[in-house]
Structure formats: C-alpha cells, structure tokens
Design a protein around this ligand. Structure first.
Ligand code: F6P
Length: 366
C-alpha cells in the first residue's frame, strides 16, 4: 500500500505482545521524528485496548517522551491477550457485542489518524497486516527479545535479554563450583534458541540445548560424566525453553487455548532431574523467566530502538505503508508485512556461533 505523503497530519502508535527492552526508545523516536515533521502522534494503550473499552488514547508530546529511552517496559502498556480479531466487545451504549477489529478500525478513523505504527512481534505484526487489509495504513516495527523474526538481522530487546541471561550464568558458576553441582538454567526464546546460544556460549556453559537441535539426554549425561571424570567439580547447562529431547516435543505449562499462545516451560527441570538420576551428580535448575524482559535496555537496544522508530517514520513519509522496518547492518530497510507472518527465524546449526561453541567443546546433545 503506497500512499501520497503530504497529507499526513496525525499518526498512531501502539505496542503489542510481550514487552521488550527498547520499546520506549521506539516510542520516543517515532514521536520526535513525527513531531519534527509537523505531525501529531497519539498513543494507543495496551495493544488496541483504547478502542476495546480500556484506557483512552493519549496524545504524545515532546515532554511525554523525555528521558524514556532508558526505561524498560512501555509507557503505552501492552498485552498478549487482546487480539482484536479474536474477540467481540460490547462497549457502553452498544446493543450487541461487535468484532474487536471493527472497533479498532472505527476508533482509528474517529481519532483521525492517517496511519498506524504497530510495534510488536509476529502475532502483533500479523494483526497489523490484517488491519491493513481492512484499509488501515500500517507500518510494522519488529520487537522481541527472542530475535526470531524473519528478514531483520536483530530485534531490539535481544541484546538486553542476552546480557541478563549471561550475568545470571556468570553468577551460577560460583555457586555450582562451591557445591560441586550441575546447575541447569532455562532461558526464554520460544521456538528459537538465540538467547540460549548467545548467553550459553558467552557465559561459558558446558552444555547448550536449543530447539533447532533436538537433543539426546544420554549424550548430555555422557558429556557431563566425562567432564566429571576429568576432575571438574561442576557444570552449567543452558536450556532454551523450546528445546526438547529427540522423540518428544517441546514442553508446555499451559494447555492449548483458542486465541492464546501456549506457554513453554519445564524442560530445564526435566533435564536437571534426568542428569541427577542418570549419573548421580547433584543438580539444581533455575528458570530465568521474565527477568529477561525487564530492566533498562542496553545501549545497543536503546540505539536500535531509536533507529527502528526513526526509520518507521521515514517509511511513513515515503508512503511505504504495509511494510515492516528491517535492520540489515549497517542500514535500516523494509519488507512487506505479509512476508513476516507465520515464519520464524531460527538459529542456523551450521552458523558461526554454533561452530565456535563446538570448537570450545560445548555439547549440544546432538
Ligand atoms: O516472546 C517473548 C517471550 O518472553 C517468550 O520468550 C516467552 O516464551 C513468552 O514471551 C512468555 O510470555 P508471557 O509474558 O505470556 O509469559
């Protein structure tokens, strides 16, 4: 969808899905770059909540985005439950519930916005694509700590999450050493092993398990037993939440539910249990969980968030609606939104980081 540019007066921005460090930097860049072009910016709260009975839209001003790049979370709020294409809502004064998506389109029209900057992961970008097909001009900004979005080299939030996970692993070394134990740390990442691989290798783990390489638990235990036989008194295992043993599938904490993504989890505990049972080495497990999404973004994520946000406004000014901003170092680029949906960028098992890990003697259990 290419639209003439001179008519832009007001744009909207929202943040959807799980939060990621750097979201506020995107909001700041979008707001300032738009205001500097003479446009107005409104923020939609909690995904599309402002049009679905939630907090009202808010006008974003220079002072509202002052100093926010350093903050974690998102000043607009977010949700991973409010897919407007899967809910119907009866707002005050309505005779019947209406499809959420209709309310969103109507809300944007009433707010007189010329386009929407949708900041989110694959789910939110798929919503953006569907809204575009209902006539809303949309530009997507890729967001996820998981780094699993296609066509973009790295998403903001990933660097901070890896940093948090690496710091945690650094700390686990000393307690594992003190107690002669194996420590298993489960990290996030959904169906991609980027966080586990980068933090596991940087944190000098001895075993790294990722979804791209279904593992053989006997090989993991064999590797650890051999390490112990060499006189080493402790070991660290980093497991991606989506990793799984061959012949089984990923482990989930929640059942399948319409409109909700299943929550992965439990594999770290299972691996720890198997290690202790099979080779008799005392083992503990820890799940880092949402710590990886919290806190102040790293310098790299702040800059990346600002770059993504500014690039989104350049796309809007150029009339390139229907695209997602991409980062292809050293430049920003763009790709049609329909090319993003339902595709996951996974770790290349022949890639250099995996090769480096193997050279270090790290075991993938494959
Ligand atoms: O996609 C980001 C992410 O943090 C995943 O790594 C994780 O599986 C999921 O979100 C957790 O979501 P929730 O916040 O619903 O627990």
């Amino acid at each position: 969808m290419t639209r003439p540019t001179p008519r832009i007066k007001r744009i909207a921005i929202n943040t959807g899905g799980g939060d990621a460090p750097g979201l506020n930097a995107v909001i700041r860049a979008v707001t300032l770059a738009a205001i500097n072009r003479g446009w107005e910016v409104i923020g939609i709260r909690d995904g599309y909540g402002s049009f679905l009975g939630g907090e009202p839209i808010v006008k974003l001003t220079r002072s509202m985005v002052h100093g926010i790049s350093a903050l974690g979370g998102t000043i607009l709020g977010t949700t991973n439950k409010g897919n407007p294409f899967e809910i119907a809502i009866k707002l005050d004064g309505m005779k019947r519930a209406r499809p959420g998506a209709e309310l969103v389109v109507e809300g944007l029209r009433k707010a007189k916005v010329d386009g929407l900057i949708a900041v989110g992961g694959d789910g939110s970008l798929a919503i953006g694509y569907k809204l575009m097909n209902m006539g809303v001009p949309v530009i997507g900004v890729p967001k996820t700590i998981d780094n699993d979005l296609m066509h973009t080299n790295v998403t903001f939030g990933f660097d901070t999450a890896v940093q948090t996970a690496t710091e945690a692993i650094d700390k686990l070394h000393s307690t594992a050493d003190a107690h002669d134990r194996v420590m298993v740390v489960e990290v996030m990442g959904r169906y991609a092993g980027w966080i586990a691989l980068h933090a596991g290798v940087s944190g000098s783990c001895h075993v790294v398990l990722i979804p791209e390489m279904p593992f053989d638990i006997a090989k993991v235990c064999g590797h650890l037993a051999a390490r112990r036989a060499r006189g080493r008194n402790y070991a660290i295992v980093c497991v991606a939440e989506g990793a799984y043993a061959r012949a089984s599938g990923p482990m989930f904490k929640t059942p399948t539910q319409k409109g909700r993504e299943r929550r992965l989890g439990g594999i770290g505990e299972w691996v720890a249990h198997e290690i202790q049972k099979r080779i008799g080495w005392e083992t503990r497990s820890i799940v880092l969980g949402h710590l990886q999404r919290g806190g102040s973004p790293s310098t790299s994520d702040r800059l990346l968030g600002l770059r993504y946000g500014a690039a989104a406004i350049r796309l809007a000014a150029a009339g390139l609606w229907g695209h997602m901003v991409t980062f292809n170092p050293p430049n920003m680029g763009h790709v049609p939104l329909e090319e993003i949906a339902q595709r996951t960028k996974r770790v290349s098992i022949e890639g250099d980081t995996v090769l480096t890990a193997r050279e270090m003697g790290i075991c993938f259990g494959d």
